[in-house]
Ligand binder design. Sequence first.
Ligand code: PLP
Length: 246
Amino acid sequence: MSIAENLEQVRAEIAAACARANRNPADVKLMAVSKTWGPDVVAEAFRAGQRLFGENRLQEWEHKQQQLHTILGEDVGQLEMHLIGNLQSNKTSKAAWVFSAVDSVDSVKVARRLNDVCEQVGKVLPILVEVKLSEEETKHGIGEYALSGLLRNILEEMDGLEVRGLMMVPPYTDDPDGARPYFRRLRELRDEAVATIEGLSLPELSMGMSHDFAVAIEEGSTCVRVGSAIFGTRTKYREDDKEEES
Ligand SMILES: *Cc1c(COP(=O)(O)O)cnc(C)c1O
């Protein structure tokens, strides 16, 4: 199947999950996760109408972006690329420039560094806070008990950041339903934070991947991050969740 056909299939599955959950499909965004795939592949998805993408490494996207500029010309400006991978604090200033949004902020340190660059140039960067709900050492994210502190900090002290919601990667289970308690917990944490922190609004819940996005939609996801169901099985960096950004 072509990328265009895969995109169509995933969009149809999103619509079906929305129908089951009595949700409006317009409230669920599809992010195409293009990590490890070359610029030609990203361009193919772009030509099939896809605009929202996710990458997990800063340098990988920098290279791809240059090549895409050659392929797509000025149209590349329509492409919205979010960082969804771990960000080392020595790379934060660059990330604020090359990504439209950072969906993986998981510490006060990273938030502060991003904010400093943005405040200096008077820009406001949309971010999500990545939460870790499992004990796995390989996962990134802030623990649930530290979440409200970080959110308050950003809201009160960081005018260069607009926190728009939460992101989470659940532990892998063969049965997609195994992720359901984690998706539900993220939504509850969002609801609790919004109820207790004045002036905070967190409309976005980025959760669900190729294997479990239908379950995530049933639990309130507003953005599903789909890689392999669109582009095929990744042959390199397949264990990328376990690697540090290079
Ligand atoms: C790779 C990745 C995805 C996409 O995973 P698939 O299983 O290929 O859909 C989603 N979110 C994050 C954070 C990722 O690193």
